[in-house]
Design a protein around this ligand. Structure first.
Ligand code: GDP
Length: 333
């Protein structure tokens, strides 16, 4: 038998009480594409909003195999030991991993998965990056309302998703590995520029020296970058997620950054700017949605597309015709 669905008030009260089962169901509503679910989700979010904003949000990225899962597990335990409540979210728009990721995430973070003060939620399944990112951002709001004062947002460092994560966190941590001397190869400059801290994982055993060398390379490279707007100089540290070495230092760096940016006002400025960014992202999402769902557009678009393909009309004229249909249907007279 399917459980009865909660009213909006029941959802909000449950979330504010810190009931993770209700929180989890609310996140499911956020992730649903059904109209009535979306509507209720928005009501819940709006009522949760006054209770949010007090967490520290940390983005964590790195290529597959860099040690994200291992590291998040130990970083997370470190955070919990200091009396915090932690939510671990992810952005991964590639449908492939999302399918099996509920189980995957539980086994990926073994220690955290057993902790009642940790809430682990895999990436929303498939959809456009923008859509997935919006859902994750809304999930952050719900988690904060439920009392989670530390939020990790993980992403696989292979695509556009870093930018999305960067736009919703306070601190952006890039996990790297010591390579074969060509450390900087294959790392997009843009990603390095986003990082507030670069940490070289697997600095253990025979690998310590190589990790230190890699750290040196990164430090040199960072010196060539223009100064950051925050006034913070990104740090490069080595650690071992697997053996739990250097974790205190990584966390001291993040604490220092938060204190530094809160003091100079950058922390709040960045959050304000992110709020503005997400407003425009939402507008663009909604416009696109409304456009493609417009009955007149749905009917006419395939025909016009063919005309463009056959060089019968220009792309611009076709676009203009579509906009006229759209605007006629959405404005009075
Ligand atoms: P992810 O794909 O980024 O989530 O990486 P995982 O956390 O799954 O780690 C990939 C592999 O590297 C696993 O076999 C881990 O056991 C191993 N690993 C992770 N962290 C360390 C570390 O600090 N030292 C060593 N030696 N191995 C590690």
């Amino acid at each position: 038998r399917r459980p009865r669905r909660f009213t909006t008030t029941e959802f909000v009260e449950g979330i504010l009480r810190g009931d993770t089962s209700i929180l989890s169901q609310a996140v499911t509503l956020v992730e649903s594409s059904r109209h009535e679910h979306q509507q209720q989700a928005q009501e819940i979010i709006e009522r949760c909003l006054p209770h949010t904003g007090h967490s520290v949000r940390i983005g964590i990225t790195g290529v597959p195999g860099a040690g994200k899962s291992t590291s998040i597990d130990v970083f997370g335990m470190h955070v919990l030991k200091r009396g915090h409540k932690l939510a671990v979210l992810a952005i991964d728009p590639s449908s492939e991993r999302s399918k099996g990721s509920i189980l995957g995430d539980k086994t990926r973070m073994e220690a955290l998965a057993r902790e009642k003060n940790a809430f682990i939620r895999p990436s929303p399944t498939a959809g456009s990056l923008g859509g997935v990112a919006r859902k994750t951002r809304e999930t952050i709001i719900l988690c904060e309302a439920a009392g989670f004062d530390t939020v990790f947002v993980e992403t696989v460092g292979v695509g556009q998703s870093e930018t999305a994560v960067h736009s919703m966190v306070d601190f952006f941590l890039l996990i790297q590995l010591a390579g074969t001397g060509d450390e900087l190869q294959g790392i997009k400059r843009g990603i390095m520029e986003m990082a507030d801290g670069i940490v070289i994982n697997k600095a253990d055993g025979d690998n310590i020296r190589r990790a230190e060398m890699a750290a040196g390379h990164f430090r040199n490279a960072l010196h060539l970058f223009p100064p950051t707007e925050s006034g913070w100089f990104p740090k490069v540290l080595t650690y071992s997620g697997y053996y739990g070495l250097g974790i205190d230092e990584v966390w001291a760096m993040i604490d220092e950054y938060i204190a530094f940016t809160k003091q100079n006002g950058y922390f709040d400025r960045k959050r304000n700017r992110q709020a503005k960014y997400w407003m425009y992202e939402s507008i663009h999402d909604m416009l696109r949605d409304a456009f493609y769902r417009h009955p007149g557009i749905e009917e006419r678009l395939p025909i016009v597309e063919q005309q463009v393909l056959h060089n019968e009309i220009s792309s611009f004229v076709a676009a203009k015709e579509m906009m006229d249909i759209f605007l006629k249907g959405t404005t009075k007279n």
